[in-house]
Ligand binder design. Structure first.
Ligand SMILES: [Zn+2]
Length: 620
């Protein structure tokens, strides 16, 4: 990338970020900025990335520019920075403060100035009436000197969004977006109107005084107290994207000066995993094929540029372990694209029980199975729907989503997978969003599912480390029905299984018995048992000799040549194993061994007719 390409990508990312539709992750963004700094340290764009565009009364020349901080992403990096500047390894005093993702501001008692661009800040004093100062001694109007971050508290987001939504037709997506919306106001009348509307709702923009949230530690104890301090800071009601560490001795800190872009006496530690405080607003129970899974409905927060409204609670026991109740304060974390989860919680003021004792679907009293709550109701519609849906996915039936399944179950009184297979085409056509062709396709898919290789069914049970190959191996030596009855010890001694796979198999066979029974009752299983004895081989591609030559060679070695690649095929010989083609793709998917023509001939050398007879004779 050229410098200008790099700069234009950064500019776009910066603008989309503040518009509430981030195109890339924070980490990627930081990497691009670092690249630009290396390639063109004096690029004017670097000075403009501090804060978003605001409608300013005027530009103000800053006596000491608020330049952006250098960043690290791990504790060892942070400790080594401390070490390189600390005057003594143990006793140097440090301040640990949050890093918020808003607009950095200073108030000198009269004028509110943003960090703006490089040496000039922007005067936004006309917006003072929209802002509340949160400082060590409480909350109130901005009425005394402070240095901090202008932001929107997540718990005020919805109110503030509704206040600003009344203007024009801008769509406000997230807190940064709403914040810039307020900051772009130019007309004093509009500011007054919004001030009035905010007074009605009691929700203001927030200037967090950094002194409010500052912890002092010695360099020697930074490492041991790091977790405790980050937890404390994370529990505050502002969305944090990192932590700032600086030398407490201001004179010494200033004496360190700065590099071209960053002060030397301060460092930002950025989280790779985003965390934010929130509150548990409700718990929803979603049906699985064997249990009910709790999902936390949380007060919406932004993590890594996305608004999060739900977090996983894993299982019912976890709620008891966390002593979690609706109304509690929580901290949620999102690492990469993983589903957000709750890191910690503390009791809220108005709590109510988050647990249930009856099935929300059929009202049956729930029972515990290990850490899970399950509905034992034999006619539970939702549980049946989940089982059916799992079977449909396991047997690769396309175009049959849960909404359609639900409709099929209600309309045609379908209860089991067997009932599903018996549906005729006419019924399928009458479904929502179905026409002749789509109904015919679904019908064909259902008919095809009537016959199923046993190893495919076993692999479809999603047992850890039991894929197609392992399943095939197992079922060649033991039929499915018998396999289900073996103990973990018996399973463990089978070739290539071991104790972990054995335990997982046993667990699934026990816990999913009803589901497996139902499946087996409705499909015809093609058994792989004993398949090892009749080895089959299939040839594909243009080979140097006639096909008949290779087939004859295979027969000489007791292999049976076949034309189709099925799941039971032992070997596929390809003119070019690297190529792709229907047979090759099919074989790879089914875990069948594929070899080249040369390998085949090396492994199974062709014999002349006479030679074969001689050898056979000599055996007697
Ligand atoms: Zn139920």
């Amino acid at each position: 990338m050229s410098v200008e390409e790099l700069a234009s990508r950064i500019r776009r990312a910066f603008e989309s970020y503040w518009a509430g539709i981030p195109e890339i992750s924070d980490l990627e963004y930081d990497a691009l900025v670092r690249e630009l700094k290396t390639a063109a340290p004096d690029h004017p764009l670097l000075e403009q990335l501090g804060s978003p565009q605001v409608a300013a009364l005027r530009e103000i020349r800053l006596l000491s520019p608020m330049i952006s901080l250098d960043k690290v992403y791990s504790l060892p990096e942070l400790l080594s920075w401390v070490k390189s500047f600390a005057r003594t390894d143990r006793d140097e005093r440090l301040l640990v403060q949050p890093k918020y993702d808003g607009i950095s501001c200073r108030f000198d008692g009269q004028t509110l100035v943003t960090r703006g661009k490089g040496e000039t800040g922007q005067d936004i004093s006309d917006k003072l009436s929209l802002i509340e100062l949160e400082s060590a001694d409480g909350t109130g109007p901005v009425n005394r000197p402070a240095r901090g971050e202008l932001l929107i508290r997540p718990d005020r987001f919805e109110k503030l969004r509704s206040v600003i939504r009344s203007r024009g037709n801008t769509v406000y997506r997230n807190t940064r977006n709403v914040l810039t919306g307020f900051m772009m106001l130019k007309d004093p009348r509009e500011v007054r109107q919004l001030e009035f509307a905010m007074k009605q709702t009691g929700a203001y923009l927030t200037l967090v005084d950094y002194d409010r949230v500052s912890f002092e530690v010695s360099a020697g104890e930074l490492e041991s107290r790091w977790q405790e301090l980050t937890d404390k800071i994370a529990a505050l009601p502002y969305p944090m994207d990192g932590i700032v560490v600086k030398f407490a001795d201001a004179v010494y800190r200033q004496s360190l000066g700065s590099t071209a872009h960053h002060p030397r006496g301060e460092m930002a530690y950025k989280f790779v995993n985003a965390r934010s405080p929130s509150a548990l607003e409700d718990v929803e129970w979603s049906f699985g094929k064997n249990s009910l899974t709790p999902v936390a409905v949380i007060r919406p927060v932004e993590l890594g540029g996305t608004t999060i409204r739900r977090a996983t609670l894993h299982n019912a026991k976890n709620i008891l372990d966390l002593n979690l109740q609706i109304g509690d304060d929580i901290v949620v974390e999102r690492a990469g694209d993983v589903i957000p989860h709750i890191v910690s919680s503390s009791p809220g003021e108005n709590r109510r029980n988050a647990m249930i004792d009856r099935c929300p679907g059929c009202g049956t009293e729930l029972v515990w199975k290990g850490p899970e709550l399950c509905c034992p109701g034999p006619d539970c519609f939702e549980t049946r729907l989940c089982r059916l849906s799992a079977a449909v996915r396991a047997l690769d039936i396309d175009n049959l989503g849960d909404a359609t399944l639900r409709q099929i179950m209600k309309q045609f009184e379908v209860r089991s997978f067997g009932d599903l297979l018996k549906l005729d085409k006419r019924k399928l056509v009458s479904l929502d969003r179905f026409a002749e062709k789509s109904a015919a396709n679904l019908y064909d898919a259902l008919q095809k599912a009537r016959k199923c290789d046993d190893f495919r069914l076993l692999a479809a049970l999603n047992i850890p480390n039991v894929g197609i190959n392992v399943a095939k191996k197992l079922l060649k030596t033991c039929p499915f029905d018998r396999l289900r009855t073996l103990s973990a010890d018996e399973l463990g001694v089978m070739e290539g299984i071991g104790p972990e796979r054995a335990a997982a198999l046993r667990k699934t066979f026990t816990e999913e018995k009803t589901f497996i029974d139902e499946l087996l009752a409705s499909v015809e299983l093609r058994s792989s048992f004993g398949a090892a004895e009749k080895q089959t081989v299939c040839f594909t591609g243009k080979m140097p000799e006639k096909r008949a030559y290779y087939e004859e060679t295979a027969r000489q070695h007791g292999l049976e040549p076949v034309d189709q690649v099925t799941g039971n095929l032992s070997l596929l010989v390809a003119a070019d194993p690297q190529e792709s083609g229907t047979k090759l793709d099919h074989a790879r998917k089914a875990g069948i061994e594929v070899i080249s023509t040369d390998e085949f001939l090396a492994r199974f050398p062709p014999q002349k007719k006479g030679q074969q007879e001689e050898e056979q004779l000599s055996l007697f």
